[in-house]
Design a protein around this ligand. Structure first.
Ligand code: TXA
Ligand code: MG
Length: 336
């Protein structure tokens, strides 16, 4: 892939400078790559109607072409024409949760190129909340395909600095509107199967979806974070720090060799006195606070070039479900 000079423009998230949006929109329209904030994580955007532009996303991220992208639109009116079938339940979900961190998967319409859906028969759609994202989509006049703006298998970005760490020199523009507010990727709900199922847990909990669906949808695809006998070969570790990262229990902390070479992230409970021996420790006590800070905490621990990062997972409670899902991808159970 060719190197590109990456420009960064600083904008206000809720009232972005129209000139900056205009430049970003022109970059999208000519097939370029623009990173922008949504409420969840920064996305790496390209014109979803251009196979050429979307191919640039896969090249910049080093992403497998078999992994489909979410298409971002500025309203439900722009979503409907991208679907081959727009069921009543999609309309009701959109009414209730858009703009917001819910992605819905529906049968794909002919306007969506193959490269976006990895050749599959469905398309994932969502309307992001921040003005910077919706103004960009509206000004570009195109739906924008956007995965998280990180190199493939790395941590998701919640700040423009995280984006630049991975993608500087590989993309055209970063719209820096500060840290994202929700901090965990959107809930992905598959409406193309009967019954609908959650493909990726996220900020909108299954219990909240039940208000519209009439039942609590199941979560398809992966096991619990620290459930029984996850063999290492099966464990689906990606979105991970580059430092080896393991899940531990509070009781294990006293036995860690060389805590002075280890970083510690404790979720949901205060760190015990043994934590003081670690090179760096970060505590995120409540789910509301941990969501927005989780990826930044991992980025910061990872940047210290320590030997190992240890994470104490939060309680197995519904409010922590999305974060526990991300933990299962960022870390392995500690080897004995
Ligand atoms: O919050 C988010 O969803 C962020 C922001 C930028 O919108 N985007 C994001 O994109 O997390 P990405 O590509 O990192 O993750 C998208 C997930 C992947 O697991 C992908 O496989 C799944 O959505 N996905 C996309 N299209 C799909 C489809 N048609 N059917 C099933 N899963 C799909
Ligand atoms: Mg991603």
């Amino acid at each position: 892939m060719t190197t590109r000079a990456t420009r960064t423009l600083v904008v206000l998230p809720d009232a972005p400078d129209p000139d900056a949006i205009d430049l970003a929109a022109r970059t999208i329209r000519r097939g370029g790559l623009v990173a922008f904030a949504t409420e969840t994580v920064y996305g790496l955007g390209a014109d979803a109607t251009s196979a050429f532009a979307v191919a640039g996303i896969f090249a910049a991220k080093g992403r497998s072409s078999t992994n489909p992208l979410i298409v971002h639109v500025d309203s439900v009116d722009s979503a409907r024409p991208l679907a081959d079938d727009w069921p009543d339940v999609a309309e009701a979900l959109a009414e209730r949760f858009w703009p917001g961190p819910l992605t819905i998967v529906v049968p794909r319409g002919p306007a969506v190129p193959d490269v976006v859906t990895a050749g599959g028969p469905t398309v994932a759609l969502r309307v992001p909340r921040p003005a910077v994202a919706r103004d960009l989509i509206a000004r570009a006049g195109r739906p924008i395909a956007a995965p998280s703006a990180n190199r493939s298998l790395r941590l998701s970005p919640t700040t423009a600095r995280h984006v630049a760490k991975d993608l500087d020199g590989r993309i055209d523009l970063i719209l820096d509107s500060g840290p994202t507010l929700v901090g965990l990727e959107s809930t992905v709900l598959d409406l193309a199967t009967d019954p609908p199922a959650v493909l990726r847990p996220g900020p909108i909990a299954p219990e909240a979806l039940a208000d519209v669906l009439g039942f609590v949808p199941g979560v398809r695809g992966r096991g619990p974070v620290d459930g029984p006998s996850r063999s290492p070969g099966q464990s689906d570790v990606h979105y991970a720090p580059t430092t080896p990262t393991y899940l531990v229990e509070l009781d294990d902390l006293a036995d860690v060799p060389r805590p002075d070479r280890a970083g510690l992230l404790v979720l949901g409970v205060p760190a015990p006195p043994e934590a003081a021996a670690f090179a760096r420790r970060i505590e995120l006590l409540t789910p509301d606070f941990a969501g927005p800070s989780f990826y930044d905490a991992l980025h910061r621990l990872d940047e210290l070039s320590l030997d190992v990062l240890l994470i104490v997972p939060p309680p197995d409670a519904p409010a922590w479900a999305a974060l526990r899902d991300r933990l299962a991808r960022a870390a392995r159970p500690r080897p004995l």
